[in-house]
Design a protein. Structure first.
Length: 561
């Protein structure tokens, strides 16, 4: 085991998040700690090659565990915009440095010159000497007749006359001022521990220069509070193999003068599994089968507003290639008339984060948690028959005909491996995107209420309050029906509140019409808040088996583009 204790000497930590300068970073990202080690090593007059070898070994250890105060155990200082003078905006007199460099080059050229070239080199040297003397005279002269622009530039050097730019200094004050970075499986040698101990002793800050720290090895750290987990709620930057080389290349490019991004990889972190009980999950938390939409020239990608039509088209293709005895589980057409959990056909849109474009990237076939082996086999058989020797395809109805939608070969996403990801899958296709535990959930497709509710948004307060109470009852009833606890708070409306999510109704999402009765159900967008984290997928309302009422967990930080 290798553990490093980082003591915050002032009791606070000052650093901005990578995507918002006004928000304080907590906990300190492992990549920031690694970067501090690299900066300390490189700041030596003669960087130690043994320390560089140690850093190369350290970056290859993988994401570490962290021991730190939680969000409920720290105080975040409000970030106030502070306007500070920029650095000197003008150089009043020309510097002779450039002329000095030209003079040195002319002298070297004269030494290399031979024959007739020596005459030209000597003339160039005389010219360079004259230019250098003139530059020195201008830089050191008194100058009593400056022009108006030069006089104005002189006044700009004074702090009260400089231009000012807004800056933020977000900080957090944790209950425990010590943060520990732990690699539980690392086995450093005695020499590596000695070299690392000497390097840690010279680390003076972490993050902003106001974050003074003292670092040391820790032989008996407490249990981890955050560990790498692909379904974790926090995205932290970590070092990876090649980080040291990239830091050196970036420094050689900007020489510490330009803004730059910290070279790092993103890893999800969460509390250790052993420290928490499994979060409640709904009935559709079984295995998934993912049909990725094949995108390419001449193959348009359907938009999020076509979710319902695409889900129905895929379900019809599955039913057409299913055994009649499987119609109940595949299509919800139970012969005895009883409603039971069955296969859900759920389009997965790119929605809810900054880079989302509202395109449907895949369709997930979600099996209920209690699905039997026979029911699973029925779905797999229908898929194989549908695909045949080529790609499965569905015909999406349009106003002028049909739009063929092609799918890639199916991928299985077992519930038992919910944390496993495929590096080649886009963010909207990953199971953890829709299933990670969270206390807040936001709808990306509208919820079709189980009964008609009138008066939503009505100007009259009594009708509006009755409608709100009806929606509250419907959402609590829907959560109980799928096995989730009742939400502690509910917000609803017609407008989508997530990126790339349009309005429910009108020119946005079409209304949901029940297949049996033909009733049009009222659709709204909903934000749910639970008292404790619940796991996904969260699908609520009358259209949940066809992708309506799909919720996305609200995350603290957005995924990388």
């Amino acid at each position: 085991m290798l553990a490093v204790a980082v003591d915050l000497l002032t009791g606070r930590y000052a650093a901005s998040t990578y995507n918002d300068r006004a928000v304080a970073e907590w906990p300190p990202h492992p990549a920031r700690f690694f970067s501090a080690l690299v900066a300390t090593w490189a700041d030596a007059d003669e960087p130690d090659p043994d320390e560089r070898s140690l850093l190369s070994w350290l970056e290859a250890l993988g994401p570490p565990e962290l021991v730190c105060s939680g969000d409920g155990e720290l105080v975040r200082r409000s970030a106030v915009t502070v306007y500070v003078p920029v650095n000197d905006p003008a150089v009043l007199r020309p510097s002779p440095d450039a002329k000095a460099a030209a003079l040195d080059e002319a002298r070297a050229a004269l030494q290399r010159a031979e024959g007739s070239g020596a005459t030209r080199a000597a003339a160039a040297l005389r010219k360079a000497e004259a230019g250098y003397r003139d530059a020195v005279r201008k830089a050191s002269g008194g100058g009593t007749a400056e022009s108006a622009p030069v006089a104005a530039a002189a006044l700009e050097v004074l702090p009260e006359n400089r231009n000012r730019q807004g800056r933020w200094f977000p900080t957090v004050t944790p209950d425990d001022p010590t943060v520990r970075v732990v690699w539980p499986d690392a086995e450093p040698s005695d020499d590596q521990r000695r070299v690392l101990d000497g390097l840690l002793a010279r680390v003076a800050r972490l993050g902003h220069s106001a974050s003074l720290v003292s670092c040391r090895l820790d032989d008996s750290p407490p249990g981890a509070t955050l560990v790498p987990r692909s379904d974790g709620p926090a995205m932290l930057r970590v070092a990876r193999a090649g980080s040291l080389d990239r830091l050196e290349r970036e420094f050689a490019r900007h020489l510490g003068t330009r803004e730059r991004l910290l070279p790092a990889a993103m890893t999800a972190y969460g509390p250790p599994v052993s420290r928490r009980s499994p979060a409640p999950a709904g009935t559709l938390s079984g295995d998934w089968i993912i049909l990725e939409v094949a995108a390419g020239p001449g193959t348009p990608v359907p938009r999020i507003t076509r979710s319902l039509a695409l889900a129905r088209a895929v379900r019809e293709r599955l039913l057409a290639h299913s055994d009649p005895s499987a119609a109940g589980f595949v299509g919800g057409r139970w012969g005895d008339g009883r409603a039971r959990a069955h296969l859900a056909v759920v389009p997965l849109p790119a929605a809810g984060y900054r880079w989302a474009d509202g395109a449907i990237r895949a369709v997930a076939l979600m099996l209920p948690r209690e699905a039997t082996a026979e029911e699973r086999t029925a779905v797999e058989t229908a898929l194989r028959t549908w695909a045949g020797d080529g790609q499965p395809a569905a015909a999406l109805p349009t106003g002028t005909g049909e739009l063929p939608v092609l799918f890639e070969p199916p991928r299985w996403a077992p519930a038992a491996a919910a944390g496993a990801e495929w590096s080649d899958l886009a963010y909207p296709l990953r199971r953890a995107t829709w299933c990670r535990p969270a206390t807040q959930w936001r709808s990306v497709t509208p919820v079709a209420l189980d009964r008609q509710v009138s008066g939503i948004g009505d100007a009259g307060p009594h009708r509006r309050d009755r409608a709100a109470a009806a929606v509250w009852d419907a959402m609590r009833r829907s959560c109980r029906h799928i096995g989730l606890p009742e939400p502690a708070a509910i917000e609803f409306g017609f407008d989508g509140t997530a990126t790339a999510v349009p309005r429910a109704g009108g020119r946005g999402f079409p209304a949901f019409v029940a297949a049996g009765s033909g009733d049009r159900r009222q659709c709204v967008h909903v934000l749910l808040t639970f008292a404790e984290p619940v796991a996904g997928p969260v699908l609520l309302g009358a259209g949940r088996y066809l992708g309506y009422g799909l919720f996305l967990p609200v995350r603290d930080e957005e995924p990388a583009r």
